[in-house]
Design a protein around this ligand. Structure first.
Ligand code: AMP
Ligand code: GLY
Length: 425
């Protein structure tokens, strides 16, 4: 089979590596890809939001299956464009990707179908937001309705902060139309767990849990980022949590989408918070997480193409999804300054270290490119995601942290405490 992957980050590199392990696959393309991805796939310079160009490429190259890694094209309706042209594609249609594309939609869905989540109010104007906030309890959470690169969530400790947040989101329109409506939400506390699942419209199968580390600095300080590293499984994801979510969250979400006439096919990422009153949904994403994919996919034993095809054809119930007992830890190597400003263009040393040809070590590229001498240089905030598999979480963490010593570039920055929960549970 010929496969096309859409995206250019560490998640798409991990997807390409899993796809390459499939017995069914002969050739992989990635648009636009990055320097690391070019060692597993042919990179093609097509912009992910140029759906027509992407679909024309798939027609011309006789691509058998296109896998969409990123949220923006999914929310924008790339799957519908591919399907109209008779192309096979893995991911939700636009009317289902709204589960991530609109927080107001997903909150209303959860409320209607009794899926546990934080109490909330949807404000359609700054005046409505301010009126509601008069009676609010603090801290409180304000969220832009639409996509905002994971940065549209503001936790406000008092009325003045909430007022600033309304201004930023709705009046200054920091995230453009994404802030036309906002969700004002009860502040929840507890450990966060990411759960990735495959969905075929009816059936949902859980992959594995993971624990992300979103803040830039050690001890969960500093700004929110796309994710600075993670571990899988999450030490907080117990059998009791799993049972509760299976009964009250996963299948109920899939059934709700079907009942709304928006059957979901693809990956649902459940962002959960384990509160003292039980697990609650913080958010849904309509795609693999980044860097969750970098710890979950290396543990997956089932042929990923078989699973993706089963999702498209509504046969997921026939698939025996299996994951290795091994644990995984991923440490993100970023450019110092991320998520704000940072320099790029620095040569990366150590990528060909023999350690990285071992089966239990992976270097997924996120922000890398080739310079004029054809050497790999930094080109983004998150540069590399280094994953190691181990016999247990401690072993995986030890291996991941010794692996990153083999890689060096100017301005290399990373968190020293990925997986700290291992010592706390
Ligand atoms: P979201 O994009 O909705 O997952 O929000 C991004 C991050 O903001 C989450 O991973 C949480 O750390 C935090 N967050 C979101 N909603 C809440 C909430 N209701 N209470 C506390 N923290 C939250
Ligand atoms: N790591 C969080 C996300 O992919 O949204």
């Amino acid at each position: 089979m010929k496969i096309l992957v859409v995206g250019s980050g560490g998640r798409e590199h991990a997807l390409c590596c899993s796809i390459k392990r499939s017995k069914k696959v002969d050739e992989i393309f990635c648009a636009p890809g990055n320097a690391g991805i070019s060692s597993v796939a042919k990179c093609v310079p097509i912009k992910p939001m140029d759906f027509e160009a992407m679909a024309s490429f798939a027609v011309k190259e006789k691509i058998d299956l296109t896998v969409i890694g990123m949220d923006d094209p999914l929310v924008g309706g790339i799957v519908d464009v591919f399907e109209e042209k008779g192309l096979r594609v893995f991911g939700p249609r636009k009317n289902a990707a709204i589960i991530e594309g609109s927080k107001a939609f997903s909150k209303d869905l959860m409320k209607k179908y009794n899926i546990p989540t934080a109490d909330y109010f949807v404000a359609k104007s700054p005046a409505e937001a301010r009126e509601y906030l008069k009676g609010a309890k603090f801290p409180i959470v304000l969220k832009a309705d639409g996509l905002a690169l994971g940065k549209g969530v503001l936790i406000c400790n008092d009325a003045a902060e909430a007022d600033d947040a309304v201004r930023e989101l709705m009046e200054d329109r920091k995230f453009g139309a994404s802030g036309d409506e906002i969700v004002i939400e009860e502040f929840l506390e507890g450990p966060e767990v990411s759960v990735l699942s495959f969905v075929d419209g009816d059936t949902v199968k859980i992959m594995a849990s993971a624990m992300d580390h979103k803040r830039a600095g050690d001890n969960d300080t500093g700004l929110n980022t796309g994710g600075m590293g993670n571990i899988s499984p999450s030490p907080y994801y117990t059998k009791e949590v799993d049972d509760f979510c299976k009964e009250n969250i996963y299948q109920r979400t899939v059934d709700a989408m079907k009942a709304e006439g928006r059957p979901f096919k693809g990956v649902i990422f459940f962002g959960l918070m384990l509160t003292k009153d039980g697990p609650k949904v913080l958010e849904y994403n309509c795609r693999f997480g980044d860097p969750e994919a970098q710890v979950v996919l290396p543990r997956m034993e089932t042929d990923i193409i078989d699973v993706m095809e089963a999702c498209i054809d509504g046969r997921l119930s026939e698939i025996d999804l299996s994951f290795s007992e091994k644990a995984a830890c991923c440490v993100v190597l970023a450019s110092n300054g991320y998520p704000l400003s940072y320099e790029k263009g620095f040569k990366i040393k150590g990528l060909t270290d023999p350690l990285f040809s071992k089966e239990d070590h992976f270097v997924f590229h996120a922000g890398t490119s080739f310079d004029k001498d054809n050497e790999i240089v930094t080109s983004g905030g998150r540069v590399l995601a280094v994953t190691a598999l181990g016999d247990d979480l401690r072993d995986a963490r030890k291996k991941a942290y010794s692996a990153i010593d083999h890689i060096d570039f100017e301005n290399k920055y990373f968190r020293h405490d990925i997986g700290h929960a291992i010592d706390e549970v």
